[in-house]
Design a protein around this ligand. Structure first.
Ligand code: AMP
Length: 331
């Protein structure tokens, strides 16, 4: 059976980008794959979260995972830092990662641009830690959004380099995965770019957003002056609104607005109203469950303890084998 690994950083609440880019796939994959899903708390340290808040953020993401339908009976659900074998593999992989290739990573360049005052080495080696997360369970498939495609490519490079350098075929080459064939990028509401935790305020719809907040954000979404001739190609901001609608609305609704766009009768205000109501309807059942899970400390404790045990068992096998392969042996 193929193995699947993926994680999300506890740097804020989950949003529709996380849901459609990653979590929706986790829920489907846990049925048919040997699945490991984790809360990436080591990764979140690059932004120096307040120690008093870190645990709450981890708990929040856990509650959100469970509310979305991740079932700890069907997969291994764990906290990254409960499996320190990941940190050892990260150290070993760092010897195979070249500074030049890490510096070329698009997300590293973005981070430098956005936070020039905090260009720490953890940011540079972020893709190495991500590779360690994936190959610690010798994964074949990684459900991620399009924004992680380049990191996945780097993981494949490290795997090939390891296998080649040591003349083994130990690690499978993992591939990025989405059920809809193509990896997806959920756009933000500002007319360009992706929905994300660090995006500008108002750009991102979180799973915990109250209906009024969703209405406000969607009504402010960037549009254009409207089509002036039939079947006119869509501007980026309008294409983004259609992309969001396809995710949360039924196909009749999408078709209705497609045809009114094509015959130039579309009213963006009506479309955004409809989109907001469909987002609210989509999120409502998840939101109720988030509150329930967040409050159940005992259940969360049982789930992550059991998850840590299973993840450590799998990780220890890999780390022991890797130590042997690279020549670290007991006297
Ligand atoms: P992050 O929130 O950056 O830790 O990302 C966690 C997961 O959500 C990764 O698999 C990302 O690819 C995915 N993700 C985050 N934002 C988006 C987005 N706007 N569209 C698609 N996938 C996304």
């Amino acid at each position: 059976m193929d193995t699947v690994v993926s994680g999300i950083r506890p740097t804020g609440n989950l949003h529709l980008g996380n849901y459609f880019g990653a979590v929706r796939n986790f829920i489907k994959m846990q049925q048919d794959y040997n699945s490991f899903f984790f809360v990436a708390d080591y990764h979140s340290l690059t932004t120096h979260p307040n120690p008093a808040d870190l645990n709450t953020s981890v708990r929040q993401v856990l509650a959100e995972y469970l509310a979305c339908g991740i079932d700890p009976e069907k997969c291994t659900l764990y906290i990254q830092s409960d499996v320190p074998e990941t940190a050892e593999l990260y150290l070993l992989l760092n010897m195979l990662a070249y500074v030049g290739e890490l510096e070329r990573s698009t997300s590293f360049k973005d981070k430098i641009r956005m936070h020039p005052d905090n260009v720490n080495a953890g940011l540079l080696t972020y893709p190495v830690l991500m590779a360690a997360d994936i190959i610690i369970h010798r994964a074949h498939k990684v459900p991620v959004g399009k924004d992680q495609q380049q990191h996945l490519e780097m993981t494949r490079n490290f795997v090939n380099r390891f296998n080649h350098l040591y003349g083994v075929n130990y690690f499978p080459e993992p591939e990025a995965f989405n059920f809809s064939e193509e990896l997806i990028k959920v756009p933000g509401l500002d007319g360009s770019g992706k929905m994300g935790k660090s995006a500008a305020e108002g750009n991102t719809i979180f799973l915990v957003d109250e209906p009024e907040a969703i209405r406000k954000k969607v009504m402010r979404a960037v549009t254009d002056t409207g089509p002036v001739e039939p079947n006119q190609p869509k501007s980026e901001s309008i294409a983004n609104i259609f992309t969001l609608m396809k995710l949360v609305s039924d196909s009749d609704t999408v078709e209705h607005f497609e045809s009114s766009y094509n015959n130039c009768t579309i009213r963006y205000g009506d479309m955004k109203k409809q989109l907001a109501e469909d987002m609210i309807r989509f999120i409502a059942p998840i939101q109720q469950q988030i509150k329930k899970f967040f409050a159940d400390t005992e259940l969360l404790h049982t789930i992550v303890s059991h998850g840590a045990e299973k993840a450590k068992e799998s990780a220890a096998i890999t780390v022991n084998e890797v130590r042997k392969i690279i020549g670290i042996k007991k006297f």
